[in-house]
Design a protein around this ligand. Structure first.
Ligand code: ZN
Length: 246
């Protein structure tokens, strides 16, 4: 990145106080990936920047890049998801989506699919009858977009359709003959079908999907163990709030 000033659409992933009056803000942007910038004076009451640098904000931002960190110089807020503040039970879920999206983007390359997914996730979370199922759909899509999708079509070693084990370490389903991985556990065919359906359905259709008894819980184990093995989410603030994966 050589130009000194730049503009981009971005989502606020993290916003921390810095010094007396500033904020240090981590952005996830459509065309520049993940980066951190200083918002000078953003904690002063009269600051024009204050509204745009909170977590759960979508906006168009202008930056100046000095020798080190970028500095935020202007912004237009497009959407602010205040409902996360008004619904404390949803706050850690929205934070979890942000942390997960941030964990698969490194450096300043374009990340349009991940940005669109996170924006849609923040928009749709409030309307979910089953927020946990929505998180599973988000996790699966995120893994898919980032090239880490678990193998869910038959045994990953021999291709057999009768694959009733899942190994996070090996990355997907295994049949009884191939399934000797120490970390394997049994999954029901209905749970695998649910995972495939969630992968395919747009996020706005997830609220119409009704899993049968036990499938949600089993799918949570599948995605949870897989994510912990393949993504770096060990320091998650949201997970320590939620204890999502038991
Ligand atoms: Zn096999």
């Amino acid at each position: 990145m050589t130009e000194r000033s730049f503009k981009t659409d971005a989502l606020v992933l993290l916003s921390r106080p810095l010094g007396e009056a500033d904020r240090l803000v981590t952005f996830l942007s459509w065309d520049r990936g993940k980066f951190t910038a200083v918002a000078r004076g953003a904690r002063k009451t009269m600051s024009k920047l204050a509204a745009g640098v909170e977590l759960f904000t979508y906006g168009h931002y202008q930056f100046y890049r000095g020798r080190n960190l970028a500095t935020l110089t202007g912004q237009q807020v497009k959407e602010h998801f205040h409902y996360f503040r008004d619904h404390p039970e949803l706050y850690p879920l929205g934070l979890y989506l942000a942390e997960l999206a941030g964990s698969v983007v490194s450096g300043e390359g374009p990340a349009p699919e991940i940005c669109n997914l996170l924006l849609e996730g923040w928009r749709r979370l409030i309307e979910q009858p089953d927020p946990q199922l929505f998180l599973r759909a988000f996790e699966l899509k995120l893994l898919d977009f980032s090239g880490h999708c678990p193998h869910l079509n038959g045994c990953l070693q021999c291709g057999s359709a009768a694959a009733s084990f899942f190994s996070p370490r090996q990355g997907g389903l295994l049949c009884g003959d191939c399934g000797h991985a120490a970390d394997r556990f049994t999954v029901q065919p209905g749970t695998v079908a649910l995972a495939r359906r969630l992968l395919k359905a747009p996020l706005q259709q997830v609220k119409q999907i009704r899993p049968q008894g036990g499938q949600s819980h089993e799918l949570g184990r599948l995605t949870g163990t897989f994510l912990r093995y393949h993504l770096d989410i060990g320091e998650s603030r949201a997970l320590s709030l939620l204890k999502l994966f038991k």
